[in-house]
Design a protein around this ligand. Structure first.
Ligand code: DP6
Length: 326
């Protein structure tokens, strides 16, 4: 059967950085994210006994050998669950460049999970899809539910999954991404977070996260944007302090990243409520409310390091569509 799905990337407001179980991708802490309307992956999966091998391709790009094997390993999980042995044809398309610090692995594995599970005849609940997506890439579990999402770390395969805290219509936020580099990053998240325990700041970070998540939920309940923005920046800086103090140290920021962080601080000083967050890459995500969108875009466009800007609204989670890629 052939099935196609679309899944959004997501930006973590409270970050996932560290695993308690590498193989099962069970994280050391809960995280909290927003699905992104402007950064998504479309994937078509077809299982058939006519295919001799799994064929995996990406439109306008190329998968490395390692990436291809990760996709095939994920297809194997789906085949095991559905008790089928058919090989698959998989075609995928990103709306944004791969490996830029915009989470292509999150949208990629969420889209693959939803399309492959359905194509294999599985009828999975949202929770089961989130668990399955997590096994492909941790942050992918947050791209399954709608809108604003919490990933409950849990401790076993069955209790580590994401759920929607608020639907995407709840709060008209923006994530305006300043793309400063379109090259693939040198150290992947998977590789980088393996050394998390070498940072003397890591335990401190872990101890702070439960209260930060509680406060974030309060900020959402009250739609208190200043409170939300301060929490987002605090958690970003906390994760990067851990990264930078790991052995070997990980520095994802470039000079352009730092200039953009200053630009966001300048925006606030001039009365534009906007806050930054940064993942495992040099790009800067600027979070603001809809009313500030134009001013934020204007300020960011004036910076020569910015190669392109992606405007994201809160988005629904991964879902099937009827139009196939092949
Ligand atoms: C910095 O989900 O890419 O973006 O589970 O090893 O595939 P794996 O890692 P991944 O890590 C994302 C890390 C982050 C923070 C976040 O999105 O929470």
């Amino acid at each position: 059967m052939k099935r196609t799905s679309v899944a959004p990337a997501n930006i973590a407001f409270i970050k996932y950085w560290g695993k308690r179980d590498e193989a099962l991708r069970i994280p050391t802490n809960n995280s909290f994210s927003m699905n992104l309307s402007g950064a998504y992956t479309t994937t078509t999966v077809d299982f058939s006994d006519e295919f001799k091998v799994d064929e995996v391709s990406i439109i306008d790009g190329e998968f490395s050998e390692a990436e291809t094997w990760k996709v095939i390993a994920h297809l194997d999980r789906v085949r095991d669950a559905a008790k089928i042995s058919d090989r698959a044809r998989v075609e995928t398309k990103n709306s944004f460049p791969k490996g830029t610090g915009i989470a292509s692995s999150a949208s990629g594995f969420a889209a693959l999970t939803v399309a492959a599970a359905s194509a294999a005849g599985l009828k999975l609940s949202e929770k089961e899809l989130s668990i399955l997506a997590r096994l492909g890439s941790g942050s992918a579990c947050r791209s399954i539910p709608d809108g604003f999402v919490e990933w409950v770390a849990g401790s076993t395969n069955e209790n580590s999954f994401a759920y929607s805290v608020y639907p995407h219509e709840y709060w008209d936020l923006r994530d305006i991404v300043a793309v400063v580099s379109e090259g693939a990053k040198s150290v992947t998240s998977t590789g980088g977070m393996q050394d998390v325990r070498t940072s003397p700041l890591w335990e401190q970070r872990l101890s702070e996260i439960p209260a930060r998540i509680e406060q974030m939920k309060r900020a959402f309940k009250e739609k208190n944007f200043t409170m939300l923005g301060e929490l987002i920046e605090a958690d970003c800086l906390s994760m990067h302090a851990v990264m930078q103090s790991q052995a070997p140290p990980l520095q994802y920021w470039t000079d352009a990243t730092k200039r953009l962080m200053d630009t966001v601080r300048d925006m606030r000083a001039s009365g534009i409520p906007a806050y930054f967050t940064i993942d495992a890459g040099p790009n800067v995500h600027v979070i603001c409310e809809a009313a500030s969108e134009e001013k934020v875009i204007q300020s960011m466009s004036a910076i020569s390091d910015v190669r392109s800007i992606i405007v994201n609204k809160p988005a629904p989670g991964a879902h099937l569509i009827s139009e196939h890629l092949f």
